[in-house]
Design a protein around this ligand. Structure first.
Ligand code: PRX
Length: 629
């Protein structure tokens, strides 16, 4: 039995422990701590390799770590092909519900077939190993098929979240030099159609690498199809070339699987690169232990495939574990605030993994909406993306989980690829803490000099050991990889978060310490919002900050200096908000815009967002000695 812990603690019930795969976290952790490489290679042994590795970890060229070197595999083989030879062949891999009530299911056999067909289509377009393919769609089964098909033939997918808009898409296509874009005509969101193809057309006017645009028909409205460039997915899938079998590209363990753009401290979003071998081992293992996937489970990760959560834990992780995954297209409260609870009951979902912002949003509608449904199928709950405030945690635990479902609060990042700080079902929980690092991973909270701080003291969150699903580099920018993550403290990976560790060794995340803003769990850079603002003719300069928001966690506040000749007006504020939404995406739309005559800057001209934030919150701005008068 675990020792007595301090604070508000929720111990797992006997029933939970009896059912859990791991009943003694300490034991697993002890083993992994003593033999990290053995721990990871034991896990890797459970997967299929065309050729086994020579070395588990190659750290001869730090921080460019390599995992399972010399091994040959393909993550898609482990996601699909291996299951076809087992009882899982006819098991559901995917259950999908559209916002408008459409639904589809796909067995492992069917998902394999569709993936092979589409992989053949991509090959026929000339897509080869190492080529980049951009995918821009809503939450529909074809996004999963497109990702798997791309990876099957050894190409690199770059999924751009369907909530991003023209400039964000253009920038990502351009940076990745994609030859092919896979897009949907539209997506249903809150009863309306998001015009994805129209946004893509506009983006393609700003970048020049794409030769083929493959269009999935989802919403069916009239769209522009440019002859010679644009082709319908359903037509291509009916051609003889779209064969049911498709030879799979055997990949080196370290060959790239995907790039995924994410916001950083400065400048443009950067492409985080993940590989076939280590990433596969990391997410297979973490999902297996944390959400404790059992054969009969129906698992729902309510994120979007366009973010890392979707890559790791909607697409690859569940398929590697042979699970049945549920995918829902639309908004949680459409047409009524019981939509999610209705679907959990309808499909008998056992595991729900979502973000605090969604919980807070649904909490506002009151518990009656939840209580009208039988949610007794639920066994485990999960949270990700931002710190979960204890009130939301308790509501989730009591109202949704009926006090019997442990909450897995998982801390991780696009860069980490997999859960890093997380409980398992057998671990005692404290609301608001992700508990401790996953076995085999060492993390700490350190001061400016890199020395560990005392219990409950705030500091920088760092990772002290390499892990298999770790970022390999920033695509096309290895210097940025080194500078951003490994230069501050030699040998330690800098997460960009601040945190505390309590007397029980439990980690408490405070938030980002850089210029990243988490809005509704989405990661945005102040630079993206600011450059969208200054691309408007009326704006001379802009600064964006995040301020606390009840549902979104943080909301964007922007300060704008107008160019000469432009008048301050409410109409202009609305226009600027619309402009950001059009350029970056609706998620980046500022909550509030204020016109100012100057911005606080350092003598070297850097905007001091900290000062703006303190002023907006009515707080002391702290040390302002570097402020230029
Ligand atoms: O600040 C942390 C926050 O999300 C950041 C990573 O964002 P992204 O790369 O978009 O990945 C999000 C999904 C994995 C982190 O630096 N974050 C993520 N999970 C948590 C969290 N903050 C607190 N608690 C979490 N569980």
């Amino acid at each position: 039995m675990a020792k007595e812990l301090s604070g508000e603690v929720y111990y797992p019930s006997e029933e939970v422990i009896n059912y859990a795969r791991i009943k003694d976290w300490e034991e697993l952790n002890e083993f992994a701590k003593k033999n990290p490489l053995k721990f990871w290679s034991n896990e890797a042994e459970e997967l299929h390799w065309f050729k086994k590795w020579d070395k588990v970890l190659d750290d001869s060229n730090k921080p460019f770590y390599k995992w399972f070197t010399g091994a040959r595999t393909n993550i898609v083989y482990n996601c699909l092909d291996v299951h076809l030879k087992t009882h899982r062949r006819n098991k559901l891999a995917l259950i999908w519900e559209g916002e408008n009530g459409d639904w589809r299911t796909m067995s492992y056999h069917a998902l394999h077939r569709e993936t092979c067909k589409f992989a053949n289509v991509l090959r026929s377009m000339g897509v080869q190993k190492g080529d980049r393919v951009t995918i821009y769609m809503g939450r529909i089964p074809e996004i999963v098929i497109a990702m798997l098909a791309t990876a099957r033939i050894g190409a690199i997918h770059s999924v751009v979240y369907g909530g991003f808009s023209v400039e964000s898409l253009a920038e990502r296509i351009e940076d990745s030099q994609s030859k092919v874009l896979i897009v949907a005509d539209g997506a249903y969101q809150r009863g309306k159609i998001v015009q994805l193809k129209k946004i893509a057309d506009e983006a393609l006017e700003r970048c020049g690498t794409v030769e083929h645009v493959l269009v999935v028909k989802r919403t069916g409205q009239e769209i522009n199809m440019e002859s010679g460039r644009d082709m319908w997915y359903h037509e291509l899938m009916n051609l003889p070339i779209a064969n049911n079998t498709c030879t799979l590209e055997e990949m080196d363990s370290e060959d790239p699987l995907f790039i995924l753009y994410t916001s950083g401290t400065t400048g443009k979003p950067k492409a985080i690169l993940h590989t076939h071998g280590g990433y596969m081992v990391g997410i297979y293992t973490s999902l297996k232990y944390v959400f404790d996937i059992h054969e009969e489970d129906r698992y729902w990760c309510a994120a979007d495939p366009g973010w890392i959560t979707g890559h790791s834990y909607i697409v690859y992780g569940p398929l590697l574990n042979g699970a049945t995954s549920f995918l829902y297209e639309g908004a949680p409260n459409f047409p009524y605030p019981n939509r999610w609870w209705q679907m959990i009951e309808k499909y008998g979902i056992n595991i729900l993994y979502t973000a605090p912002t969604a919980i807070r949003g649904l909490m506002r509608f009151g518990e009656a909406w939840v209580k009208r449904h039988n949610l007794s199928s639920l066994r485990l709950l999960g949270s990700v993306g931002e710190p979960i405030n204890p009130e939301a945690w308790r509501w989730y635990y009591k109202v949704v989980g009926n006090e019997k479902c442990p909450i897995m609060d998982t801390w991780w990042q696009t860069e980490t690829g997999m859960f890093m700080i997380t409980p398992m079902p057998c671990v005692p929980l404290k609301p608001g803490s992700g508990t401790r690092p996953f076995p085999g991973i060492e993390m700490d909270v350190v001061d400016e000099q890199g020395n560990p701080v005392g219990p409950n003291e705030e500091g920088y969150l760092v990772i002290k050991t390499p892990w298999p699903a770790m970022i390999r580099t920033v695509y096309n920018d290895p210097d940025r990889y080194v500078n951003q993550y490994w230069s501050r403290y030699p040998g330690m990976y800098l997460t960009g978060d601040s945190a505390k560790k309590d007397e029980d060794g439990y980690f408490w995340i405070i938030g980002r310490v850089d210029d990243v803003i988490k809005v509704s769990g989405y990661r945005l850079g102040t630079a993206e919002i600011e450059s969208a603002l200054v691309s408007h003719p009326a704006v001379a300069e802009a600064a964006a900050i995040g301020l606390p928001h009840e549902v979104k966690g943080n909301a964007i506040y922007a300060y704008v200096i107008l160019r000469n000749g432009y008048e301050k007006s409410n109409a202009l504020i609305d226009e600027l908000k619309q402009h950001v939404s059009h350029e970056v995406g609706p998620i980046a739309k500022p909550e509030h815009i204020e016109f100012v005559d100057s911005l606080p800057k350092t003598r070297s001209g850097k905007i001091m967002r900290r000062v703006l934030k303190a002023k907006a919150l009515g707080q002391d701005p702290g040390n302002i000695s570097t402020l230029d008068e």
